[in-house]
Design a protein around this ligand. Structure first.
Ligand SMILES: C[S@@+](CC[C@H](N)C(=O)[O-])C[C@H]1O[C@@H](n2cnc3c(N)ncnc32)[C@H](O)[C@@H]1O
Length: 317
């Protein structure tokens, strides 16, 4: 009996140790590291493409013409242009229809879609991945800097309207929109504060403002920032940096929270780096969702993947 009691006690001590290790955020960093090695092997061609900067000589004897060194601002603008100038049809299909992943996008946007007031503007709409959902609640306009993305979006979402413009100079009158939605844009632009001033200018008094930005403190988001040059800006993104940006604007009822503790389904089922076919297996979907749930119990909310800010335009008249 004494032996059994000792064994039970030992078992409890072990389970406490395992649980406290799982609660340590370093464990999640390690899990992400292992996944990264796996994904790196799959994605290395893509990453090599991301990093290409020098022209390749056609023949060995062709002298290599080095581009003049660019100023940091110009270089980062060039990195962004290369990353965004084309439409990514595969990404559109993945975010809007891939089993196991598209539903996580539906869940992420559901709170905003439910409270939308038309007409709604998405700034930095890309191929229209979010507009697919936003359109369910009324009329929408999408703005993006790159026309090829807009041609793609217009072909797939004929009910929406589009304008090619810089987010810091929107071609709309003040107070033209009932809602403004911005996702994954601020860390790609040199002056996020100017984007937000424009967003609030075109929002009607009482209109809904919704911002979604990746959190640079999340292990998976950090990993992406290190792998993809155009995503490096996200390392400076945190709940406090977002609050700082928004607190100077004429907004009321500002609420900032974090969502998606560890978006494993985004990573494992990724259309380019991952194995999207796994999303068709319901046991796999359940397992990934289970690990994400475990992460929600252990990773502090300050390190969850998405920062979501909601607010209303103050009536400053
Ligand atoms: C990471 S993507 C996000 C796209 C979309 N919001 C989504 O969540 O799927 C960023 C988008 O912002 C656009 N963009 C980048 N700089 C911009 C600027 N200065 N003005 C307007 N759009 C811009 C890019 O072309 C790209 O479509």
């Amino acid at each position: 009996m004494v032996r059994i009691a000792q064994l039970l006690e030992q078992g409890q001590a072990w389970s406490r140790r395992v649980w406290s290790a799982a609660r340590s955020t370093h464990v999640w960093d390690a899990v992400v590291g292992i996944l990264a090695a796996r994904l790196l092997a799959r994605g290395k061609c893509y990453i090599a493409w991301q990093g290409r900067s020098l022209p390749r000589p056609e023949r060995a004897e062709t002298p290599l013409k080095l581009p003049l060194p660019l100023a940091t601002d110009e270089r980062s603008a060039e990195v962004q242009r290369r990353y965004f100038e084309s439409a990514d049809a595969a990404r559109f299909r993945w975010t809007t229809g891939a089993p196991g992943f598209a539903e996580t996008e539906d869940d992420l946007l559901a709170p905003f879609v439910e409270t939308i007031v038309g007409p709604c503007l998405e700034i930095g709409c890309g191929e229209g991945n979010n507009l697919v959902r936003l359109l369910r609640c009324g009329s929408c306009v999408g703005v993006d800097l790159y026309p090829r993305k807009l041609y793609f979006a217009a072909a797939h979402l004929p009910e929406a309207r589009f304008a090619a413009a810089d987010a810091t100079a929107l071609p709309f009158r003040a107070a033209a929109f009932g809602s403004v939605f911005i996702r994954d844009l601020l860390h790609h632009v040199p002056a996020p504060d100017r984007v937000l001033v424009e967003a609030v200018r075109v929002l009607a008094p009482g209109g809904r403002f919704w911002l979604l930005e990746p959190n640079g403190r999340n292990p998976l988001v950090r990993l992406q920032a290190h792998l993809v040059a155009a995503e490096a800006g996200v390392l400076g993104s945190s709940t406090s940096s977002i609050v700082r940006l928004l607190s100077t604007l004429p907004l009321t009822r500002l609420e900032v929270r974090t969502l998606q503790p560890l978006p494993l389904r985004r990573m494992v089922l990724h259309y380019r780096f991952g194995l999207p076919a796994l999303g068709q297996i319901s046991a796999m979907r359940r397992m990934l969702a289970g690990i994400e749930w475990l992460a929600s119990r252990t990773l502090p909310p300050s390190r969850w993947a998405y920062i979501a800010a909601t607010a209303e335009r103050a009536d400053v008249g």
